[in-house]
Design a protein around this ligand. Structure first.
Ligand code: F6P
Length: 324
């Protein structure tokens, strides 16, 4: 392998730049060429490439977002799109790539590898932490810290007005962000898709907490929660059934994906980038780099895509005890 491409794909996450930097610098260290592929698979199809050397990634380890830009690309889902991408890679002399993204990005890479036997390695980059084969994805830690900081602020105003807040956080179909920030920010209740305990229980818990003398309450709601109501419907429901509460809603949205990456995410991304390039140079392909028990490991990308992340049951129990 003489030339490695690197791209970011799907929803961005803090720490993607640190991962790009690591891939580029490891290539420089190993004396192989590196090419940045802009706008994910869309840029691959269009040949939006730029050679990168160790100096192209100065001063980006601390930056949120991705300097390579990202996109969700429909074209790469089609054989024609992948053929174009292959032709562009060949024309540029790229003979392997590292894709930093989530499971959609990995699925694309896997199919591409099957069709063209093109060496690929994935680095998990998403705030959702919904990738099997790693205890942490790049961006998850930063997003949690961002959300905890915001909920602390919401708590200030909530307690000044004796209000109840429903705070909706991202996470797509899983509740990893919600559960962790719920515990970290001392939420009254945490509603996650993995543990739907119904509306009755929520009302009971809110009643109990009011009685016990709490002046404000924060309920963290994962966007993928399946309690059957949106946060706005939840507000109406509680106002109707528990008029003792003055309720507000805060949907945190895309701010959760921005900001400077935490030290943890920067270190994780740096470690993963080194492993990705080293693995390609050792002839490994179709793997995702992950971290388990603080060890950097490889998982077959097919497993990373198909496997399901498991919510931390022990943390659910902790959250229940903490809301007493
Ligand atoms: O996967 C990351 C994520 O931020 C999810 O938490 C969220 O559901 C989704 O992306 C939002 O996607 P978009 O950027 O397309 O609005």
């Amino acid at each position: 392998i003489k030339k490695i491409g690197v791209l970011t794909s799907g929803g961005d996450s803090p720490g993607m730049n640190a991962a790009i930097r690591s891939v580029v610098r490891t290539c420089a260290y190993m004396k192989v060429d590196c090419v940045g592929i802009y706008r994910g698979y869309q840029g691959m199809i269009e040949g939006d490439f730029k050679p990168m050397d160790a100096r192209s990634v100065n001063n980006i380890i601390n930056k949120g977002g991705t300097i390579l830009k990202s996109a969700r690309c429909d074209g790469f889902r089609t054989p024609e799109g992948r053929k174009k991408a292959y032709e562009q890679l060949k024309a540029e002399g790229i003979d392997a790539f590292v894709v930093i993204g989530g499971d959609g990005s990995f699925t694309g890479a896997m199919v591409f590898n099957q069709e063209y036997h093109f060496p690929i390695i994935g680095i998990p980059g998403t705030i959702d932490n919904d990738i099997f084969g790693t205890s942490n994805t790049v961006g998850f830690d930063t997003a949690m810290n961002t959300v905890v900081e915001v909920i602390d602020k919401i708590r200030d105003t909530a307690s000044s007005h004796n209000r109840l807040f429903f705070v909706e956080v991202m996470g797509r179909d899983v509740g990893h962000i919600a559960l962790n920030v719920g515990v970290g920010a001392g939420a009254e209740e945490i509603l996650i898709p993995e543990a739907n305990r119904g509306l009755e229980r929520l009302l009971e818990s809110l009643k109990r907490s009011k009685k016990s003398g709490k002046s404000s309450s924060i309920v963290v709601v994962a966007e993928g929660d399946k309690i059957g109501k949106s946060v706005f419907e939840l507000k109406e429901y509680v106002e109707e059934h528990l008029p003792i509460y003055d309720v507000r809603v805060s949907v945190l949205g895309h701010m959760q994906r921005g900001g400077a990456p935490s030290c943890y995410d920067r270190v994780l991304a740096s470690r993963m980038g080194v492993k990705a390039v080293e693995s390609l140079l050792e002839g490994q392909t179709n793997f995702m780099v992950g971290i388990q028990n603080n060890k950097i490991i490889l998982t077959p990308i097919s497993k990373a895509i198909k496997g399901h992340t498991k919510i931390d049951k022990e943390l659910i129990r902790v959250s229940e005890i903490m809301t007493t």
